[in-house]
Design a protein around this ligand. Structure first.
Ligand SMILES: NC(=O)c1ccc[n+]([C@@H]2O[C@H](COP(=O)([O-])OP(=O)(O)OC[C@H]3O[C@@H](n4cnc5c(N)ncnc54)[C@H](O)[C@@H]3O)[C@@H](O)[C@H]2O)c1
Length: 248
């Protein structure tokens, strides 16, 4: 018996990295997983019992609508939405005046507007089932004011505000909305960028209370908690998971 038996969980960006680890954690608790990703969704879904893969750009309204429709078609509805897909390690670090406006807008679209779209598509389906859980993936960066990725840090701060305000709106519907903010994590996306590892790995470890690398698996327990019965009376909250680098 898992704590999420019978639940359907849509995890965006779950083909790899932190999203993949989260999907594995929810699967281990018995949830049926919908992997929603730009690439590799169907392949990744094969790892899960009754997993469903949907190729989707979460910043595109039509794609997100189709994602929700596919979840209903294959799984009968949606109980859990984990908004994890986002742009991070591929972003060049630079002074804010050098960030192109197009890149600023792309980060806001993929990291923030995507959550508006996924919630708009999925919340009506959660209401039909008497409630649901939404977990948004932010970052420790807005709490520390990390420089040279202003668009990214701004987008992740917006996710904390989004979580609080949406939680207030949806409490009456028994849809709980919470947020997890990881520190610098050795995800697949980060592994592709040695320059990011060079710039951030050692300084991050040194700044932590628990001084080791952060792995995607470190984030899973908090997400599972926010999706399960142990958090029935918890909404609008953000947990920072960064080995005690930030106290929030
Ligand atoms: N790695 C870190 O240090 C770190 C720290 C804090 C927060 N985060 C956040 O965690 C989340 C996952 O990061 P990660 O490091 O695991 O990344 P990753 O690059 O390893 O994986 C991201 C996944 O999201 C998918 N994706 C990207 N854009 C998408 C889009 N528009 N539509 C659908 N899918 C899309 C990618 O295809 C990929 O499978 C992001 O929101 C990131 O900002 C990461």
């Amino acid at each position: 018996m898992g704590s999420l038996d019978g639940k359907v969980a849509v995890v965006t960006g779950a083909a790899r990295g932190i999203g993949r680890a989260i999907a594995e954690g929810l699967d281990a608790e018995g949830a049926q997983i919908v992997v929603a990703d730009l690439g590799g969704a169907e392949e990744a879904a094969k790892a899960f019992d009754d997993g469903v893969g949907v190729t989707v750009d979460v910043s595109k309204e039509d794609d997100v609508q189709r994602m929700a429709e596919e979840a209903v078609k294959h799984c009968g509805g949606i109980d859990i939405l984990v908004n994890n897909a986002g742009l991070y390690a591929s972003l060049a670090m630079r002074p804010f005046e050098q960030i192109p406006l197009d890149e600023w807008r792309q980060v806001m679209d993929v990291n923030v507007a995507s959550m508006f779209l996924t919630c708009r598509a999925c919340v009506p389906l959660m209401r039909e089932r008497g409630g649901g859980r939404i977990v948004n993936i932010s970052s420790g960066t807005p709490f520390r004011g990390v420089p040279f990725v202003l668009h990214y840090v701004t987008s992740k701060g917006a996710i904390v505000a989004f979580t609080r305000a949406l939680a207030k709106e949806l409490g009456k519907d028994n849809v709980l909305v919470n947020c997890v903010a990881p520190g610098f994590t050795m995800s697949a996306g980060v592994q592709e960028h040695p320059e990011v590892i060079e710039a951030l790995r050692n300084v991050s470890v040194a700044a932590r209370t628990i001084q080791r690398d952060q792995l995607p698996e470190d984030v899973v327990g908090a997400v599972v908690y926010f999706c399960g019965p142990g958090s029935d009376f918890v909404t609008g909250q953000t947990i920072v998971i960064d080995g005690g680098q930030t106290f929030h």
